[in-house]
Ligand binder design. Structure first.
Ligand SMILES: NC(=O)c1ccc[n+]([C@@H]2O[C@H](COP(=O)([O-])OP(=O)(O)OC[C@H]3O[C@@H](n4cnc5c(N)ncnc54)[C@H](O)[C@@H]3O)[C@@H](O)[C@H]2O)c1
Length: 330
């Protein structure tokens, strides 16, 4: 069945998903915040973030939300997380109750510590909401590299519909009924990827990265379970899967930013140098407050918070993590 879909956001992930959905035979409209990006897509069939890719003729990009949303049944939200609330508010006049939202952005709102499906639900309480997450770099999905992700929503029927909509022989989609966990895994892993980048920038080795990944997933799952998610979700594609790819891949901008910080750049300089969204820098605020609120032990997240906000050096943070009191593993 062909769906009518709006993809809201024309960064690398928005464009990769729009191409995927177009390839799957759906009618897809893209929306861009940037006229320059929209013109490049419409006139040159190019995305500035994915230079290798040619955008199919059937895909048009709009800068008007009204035009992008008109007549669509599924809305994929894929702006930087910091822009989601404002974009949703701008979409208000054009949303109908039967439109389904699918969140593809990854983040946690700084001031409310909400994940963004909760923000969508707050603004559009009667619309059904879902999320897609997992190890899926746009650079690879956009050129058809085999990828597996997870999709979740508020009801089984919608999850099955979304699974069918996104899935193809290069892009395998599993269903998970834990919407909060699916989103939290994708949001929180970026903080640990920043930490891995810092470790690389400091010249540490594979042992350090493995330790950060393994202890990182413990922190993510502790926080997620405390917030109401299922522990097993964090050992699936949105947890271990997404954490591994973000900590290990050359495509990860969080890892790249971390490397620069580890080599001595300030957080601001590193973000500017990477030039793309570094979600971990924002997600750390919500995660830190949530952990304090629920008295959850998140030592790596706490040290990342201090590096980002309190001027702690990566060397000091490492020393604190390594000289904590004796613990049992589980
Ligand atoms: N890139 C990936 O591989 C990937 C994979 C999964 C999830 N994500 C998530 O998708 C989201 C978008 O990331 P991306 O990689 O596509 O971004 P990107 O860094 O490639 O591009 C940023 C985009 O944000 C737009 N933008 C800037 N300010 C804006 C505003 N105020 N309102 C709306 N849009 C604005 C820019 O025009 C640009 O299109 C992030 O939450 C990211 O974590 C990315």
């Amino acid at each position: 069945m062909s769906e009518k879909i709006a993809v809201i956001g024309s960064g690398s992930w928005g464009v990769a998903l729009a191409i995927l959905l177009n390839t799957n035979g759906h009618e897809v409209k893209l929306w861009s915040y940037s006229k320059e990006e929209a013109d490049l897509i419409n006139n040159d069939r190019k995305c500035k973030f994915l230079p290798e890719v040619t955008i199919p003729e059937g895909l048009s990009c709009y800068t008007s939300l009204e035009e992008a949303l008109e007549g669509t049944e599924i809305i994929v939200m894929v702006t930087p997380s910091s822009a989601i609330r404002a974009t949703l508010n701008n979409m208000k006049p054009f949303i109908k109750d039967n439109q389904i939202f699918v969140l593809a952005s990854k983040g946690m709102e700084k001031d409310t510590q909400k994940v963004y499906t909760e923000v969508i639900k707050e603004i559009f309480p009667t619309n059904v909401v879902g999320a897609i997450s997992g190890p899926s770099h746009a650079e690879e999905v956009s050129i058809g590299i085999p990828t597996a992700v997870v999709i979740s929503s508020e009801d089984d029927q919608t999850s099955e519909r979304l699974q069918t909509t996104f899935m193809n022989p290069k892009f395998r989609v599993y269903i998970n009924d834990d919407l909060l966990g699916v989103e939290m895994g994708g949001s929180l892993k970026n903080i640990i990827a920043l930490a891995c980048g810092i470790a690389i920038g400091l010249g540490y080795g594979d042992n350090t990265i493995a330790a950060l990944i393994t202890r990182g997933i413990v922190e993510i799952s502790r926080l997620g379970v405390e917030a109401g998610a299922k522990r097993q979700t964090f050992y699936g594609l949105t947890g271990v899967g997404d954490l591994f790819v973000t900590c290990a891949s050359k495509h990860s901008r969080n890892r790249k930013a971390g490397i620069l910080i580890g080599q001595g750049m300030s957080v601001e300089e590193a973000m500017k140098e990477v030039g793309m969204v570094v979600e971990g820098v924002y997600a750390v605020d919500g995660a830190y407050v949530l952990a304090q609120k629920h008295s959850v032990g998140t030592p790596i997240i706490n040290e990342m918070y201090d590096i980002i906000h309190n001027g702690k050096t990566p060397e000091e943070a490492t020393q604190i993590l390594m000289s904590r009191g004796k613990k049992t593993e589980f």
